[in-house]
Design a protein around this ligand. Structure first.
Ligand code: 4MI
Length: 405
C-alpha cells in the first residue's frame, strides 16, 4: 500500500488507505480535515448507531475534545505518573524475580498480561476482583474499529458477559478515593465535566489502559527474544530500557490502524519529501472537487499522483506501515534499541496522541530494566501464536525460558 501511492482506494470496504509515514503523520496532525467525531473505526457514526456510547476523548473533535483532553492530561500528568514509579518498579522487580525462579512460562499470559493487570487497575483505583474482565472488553473494543467480520463477532460474544461490569466499574462509587478514577470524578465537583461524562471518561481508562500496554510489553519481549544481540546490549546498559521499549512500539506497532473521516474534500499526495525533513504537510484542503485521480505532478524525479478524497469518506491510517516506511526509517524491519525511534506514530500524534503514553513508557521501562538486571538470556521455548484482532497486533502466546543472570 505504501508503494501504491500516497493514498490507495480499497474497494472491498469502500475506503481510502494512507500508509506512507509522511502522509500518515500529516493526516494525524490535521484534525480539521480528518475528523474523529464520526468514529475512528470503519463504522461511520453519521450513518450507523455506535455499538456503545462514543468515547468523549477518542471519538470527538474540538471544542469538546479540548475540554475532555485537558482533564485527562491532568489525570495522567507527569507528576501523577512520577508518584507511581516506586510501586511500579517494585511490582516489576517482584514479578521478574518470580518468573526467573519459575524458568519457563508464557510471556504473554504470565508477564505481558499479568503486569499491567496488576499495576494499572491499582492506579485507577479499581477493586481486586475480576480484573481479567478488562481483557475481553479491550479485545472487543479494538475489534469493533474494524469490519463486522468473524473476529468482531467472536470478540462480541466473549465480551458480552463483562459489558455491564465495565460500566459499573466506571462509576464513582466503584472507584477508590485515590487514583485516576477519583481524579476524573472530582472534576464533576468543579463543574468541569458532567457526572455522566465522568463515567464515560473513566471508561476510556478501562478501555485503553490494558490491552495496549499488554501488546506493547508483549512486543518488547518478542523483540528481545528474537534479537538476542539487542538483549545483550540492554544487559550491558540497562539505561537503554526506555529506548528498547520505544523501538518495540515502533517496530511492532501494537495499535496498527485508526480511521478518520474527511469533513470536506481533501487533496492528498503533494510531495512531502522523505525522512521527515519535508517542508509541506502533504495535504491541501478545500477547492478541489471530484473523486479519484486528479492529476500527475513531477516531484524530484518521482511522479506523485494527487488524489482528492471526497467529503464524508473513511480514511484508514496505517500506523504500523508508517513506522516501517523505508522513506523515513533506515533498516525499518530491524529492531535496534539505540535507534532514534522518536517521531514514530505508534502512539499516534497530534491532538489525539496517546494521553497514556507516559504511563505505558513507565511500564515498559521498569519491566525491561528488571529483565536487563536479572536475566542472562531469553530463550523462545515453543511456537509463538498470534492473536488476531482488527486493530491490535500481538501474540496470544509466547512460551519462553528465562535464564538467571
Ligand atoms: C488508542 S487506544 C484507545 C483510546 C481511547 C479509548 C479507547 C481505546 C476510549 O474509549 O476513549
Amino acid at each position: 500500500m505504501r508503494d501504491a501511492g500516497p493514498v490507495a482506494y480499497l474497494p472491498r470496504y469502500d475506503l481510502f488507505a494512507i500508509a506512507r509515514y509522511a502522509h500518515v503523520q500529516a493526516a494525524l496532525t490535521n484534525w480539521q480535515d480528518f475528523s474523529s467525531a464520526r468514529g475512528v473505526g470503519l463504522a461511520d457514526f453519521a450513518r450507523e448507531k455506535p455499538w456503545r456510547l462514543p468515547s468523549l476523548l477518542l471519538e470527538t473533535d474540538p471544542p469538546l475534545h479540548d475540554r475532555t483532553r485537558k482533564l485527562m492530561d491532568r489525570v495522567l500528568s507527569p507528576a501523577a505518573i512520577r508518584a507511581l514509579r516506586a510501586d511500579f518498579t517494585a511490582a516489576a522487580d517482584a514479578l521478574i524475580d518470580a518468573l526467573v525462579e519459575r524458568g519457563s512460562f508464557d510471556a504473554v499470559r504470565d508477564l505481558a498480561e499479568a503486569y499491567p493487570l496488576t499495576v494499572f487497575p491499582d492506579a485507577v483505583g479499581m477493586p481486586r476482583e475480576n480484573r481479567r474482565f478488562l481483557l475481553p472488553y479491550g479485545n472487543m473494543v479494538f475489534n469493533s474499529f474494524g469490519p463486522r467480520n468473524a473476529f468482531f463477532e467472536a470478540a462480541l460474544r466473549d465480551a458480552a458477559p463483562v459489558l455491564e461490569w465495565v460500566q459499573a466499574q466506571s462509576r464513582r462509587e466503584a472507584l477508590a478515593p485515590a487514583g485516576f478514577g477519583a481524579v476524573i470524578h472530582a472534576a464533576v465537583d468543579t463543574g468541569e465535566v458532567a457526572r455522566d461524562e465522568a463515567e464515560i471518561l473513566a471508561r476510556s481508562l478501562l478501555t485503553a489502559g490494558v490491552d495496549t500496554t499488554v501488546n506493547g510489553l508483549g512486543a518488547a519481549l518478542y523483540c528481545l527474544a528474537r534479537f538476542p544481540a539487542q538483549f545483550e546490549r540492554l544487559r550491558a546498559d540497562p539505561s537503554l530500557a526506555r529506548g528498547a521499549f520505544e523501538e518495540a512500539v515502533r517496530l511492532e506497532s501494537p495499535v496498527q490502524t485508526f480511521f478518520r473521516t474527511t469533513v470536506h474534500d481533501v487533496a492528498i499526495g503533494r510531495d512531502v519529501g522523505t525522512g521527515g525533513k519535508a517542508g509541506g504537510d502533504g495535504m491541501t484542503s478545500g477547492g478541489m472537487t471530484g473523486d479519484g485521480t486528479t492529476e500527475g505532478e513531477e516531484t524530484k524525479g518521482e511522479t506523485t499522483k494527487i488524489e482528492t478524497i471526497g467529503a464524508g469518506r473513511k480514511v484508514l491510517l496505517f500506523l504500523g506501515a508508517a513506522n516501517r516506511d523505508p522513506r523515513r526509517w533506515e533498516q525499518p524491519d530491524d529492531y535496534d534499541i539505540t535507534r532514534r525511534a522518536a517521531g514514530h506514530v505508534g502512539f499516534g500524534t497530534g491532538i489525539h496522541g496517546c494521553v497514556g503514553a507516559v504511563l505505558a513508557r513507565l511500564e515498559g521501562e521498569v519491566v525491561l530494566t528488571a529483565l536487563a538486571r536479572k536475566v542472562a538470556r531469553i530463550e523462545i521455548a515453543g511456537t509463538p501464536r498470534r492473536r488476531y484482532n482488527n486493530t491490535l497486533r500481538g501474540l496470544a502466546s509466547l512460551p519462553i525460558t528465562l535464564h538467571a543472570a
